[in-house]
Design a protein around this ligand. Structure first.
Ligand SMILES: Cc1cc2nc3c(=O)[nH]c(=O)nc-3n(C[C@H](O)[C@H](O)[C@H](O)COP(=O)(O)O)c2cc1C
Length: 400
């Protein structure tokens, strides 16, 4: 279990989006206890929250004469986090003032650990001095705020006050939970996707990498407790809530690694970096009327080999996309040549696997002699297995 979350839902038009937040938290392995205000229950039904959480969705403090225990104090002994999403102006003001006149605000007063709120309201309400002061008070008490965003609001106005995306709220909630899992406390940098090398002002050389394997590694590393940043190439779709920096060319990625790798404990270098780039970039747009075009290519720097790793830190995992026939010997050679801690080799010539597909298979080889065959499966499952197989060596690595 990733953690126990009390999900408070208050009575705003965005209450329906709390269903998605609940789903994401459950998917991440959290036990979620929903508490809805009476007004929230006018927008969304408690039954939806009960079914999706598998827990009682509390709306009233008064269950009837026979319910054992006292819900709010019992729950507060075991809950790691109170997340209120959406948080209405009313609930925020009550939380700041210590009012406890319903199940949610009473629970908020009894709660003992981290609190995250995701406000959502009309812009005028959000900018009211009363709400500004309530927010300042809550922040001063250590409440984390998932700031609302600008956008088209339910009342037709455009402005600040729109609930943040469910993915962003769920990520903030997971970040606020005590670290759990074998990678807890580790900072992981994942590179993902292709590079693009310019030929002229509009044309590029690139490759077919979708970045899906890198993104799967990033998501799974986070679920296993790591603090994760993704360095993502062009066209890679990175889920909201994952810290992300973009690169375009090999030179950009080299620069990004020089800035960021030193702060990481682990680099999962899954990006498909170009081996060659045009020796010169033509000015403007090359004209097709010139007839053919001969491109002179120059080698790009070897980023894995060149990564500064004083004292063997960060732990470096590289990826090798090779023909199935000589997958392992080539991967072993690459591991030795690049001085990496581990190599993940996957075939480029098996139907339905690898580049641009949702599935993959891999052989993992490590410097210390671990060999692990991971059969064909979805990239999320494969990423999790890879990280679990590597966790022991990562934790025993120098500099930890
Ligand atoms: C259609 C409708 C939409 C509303 N949307 C919001 C909202 O987005 N944010 C907000 O703070 N209040 C909103 N309100 C007002 C709250 O429902 C009202 O302040 C209520 O007392 C909040 O109760 P609760 O905080 O106990 O859930 C809305 C009211 C209505 C009728």
């Amino acid at each position: 279990m990733r953690g126990r979350v009390v999900l408070g839902v208050s009575g705003g038009i965005a209450a329906f989006r709390a269903v998605e937040v609940l789903r994401l938290l459950v998917k991440a392995g959290c036990r979620v206890h929903p508490i809805l205000t009476r007004n929230a229950a006018r927008f969304v039904t408690p039954r939806t929250f009960a079914v999706l959480s598998g827990k009682v969705a509390q709306v009233s403090l008064w269950h009837g004469p026979t319910a054992p225990g006292i819900d709010h104090t019992d729950l507060s002994r075991v809950a790691d986090l109170l997340l209120v999403a959406p948080a209405t102006a009313n609930v925020l003001a009550k939380m700041a003032a210590g009012v406890a006149d319903d199940a949610l605000t009473t629970y908020a007063l009894a709660h003992r650990r981290a609190v995250v709120v995701a406000p959502a309201m009309n812009t005028v309400m959000w900018l009211q001095p009363a709400i500004r002061e309530a927010m300042a008070t809550l922040k001063a008490r250590g409440v984390a705020v998932v700031e609302p965003v600008a956008g088209l609001l339910a009342d037709g106005e455009v402005g600040d006050g729109k609930l943040a995306e469910p993915e962003v709220i769920a990520a903030a909630a997971l970040d606020a939970l005590p670290p759990a899992g074998p990678l807890a406390g580790l900072r992981v940098l994942v590179t993902a996707g292709p590079t693009r090398e310019r030929i002229d002002a509009v044309r590029v050389i690139s490759n077919r990498s979708s970045g899906r394997m890198g993104v799967a590694l990033a998501e799974q590393a986070r679920l296993l407790g790591a603090a994760v940043t993704v360095a993502a190439g062009p066209g890679v779709s990175v889920p909201a809530g994952l810290a992300c920096e973009r690169f375009e060319s090999t030179a950009d990625l080299e620069d990004l690694l020089a800035r960021r790798a030193g702060a990481a404990d682990v680099v999962l270098h899954a990006a498909a970096v170009a081996d060659f780039r045009p020796a010169t970039v033509a000015e403007g747009k090359l004209d097709r009327r010139a007839g053919g075009l001969a491109l002179e290519l120059a080698p790009t720097p070897d980023l894995a080999k060149g990564m500064p790793r004083p004292g063997g830190r960060p732990f470096l995992v590289i990826f090798a996309a090779e023909r199935a026939a000589d997958l392992e010997p080539r991967a072993a050679r690459k591991l030795a040549e690049k001085g990496a801690d581990a190599v993940v080799a996957n075939p480029i010539d098996e139907a339905g696997l690898g580049m641009e597909t949702p599935a993959n298979r891999a052989v993992l080889l490590t410097r210390l002699g671990l060999r692990c065959e991971l059969p064909a499966q979805g990239k999320d499952a494969l990423a999790r297995e890879l990280l679990l197989a590597l966790a022991g060596e990562i934790l025993a690595a120098p500099g930890r």
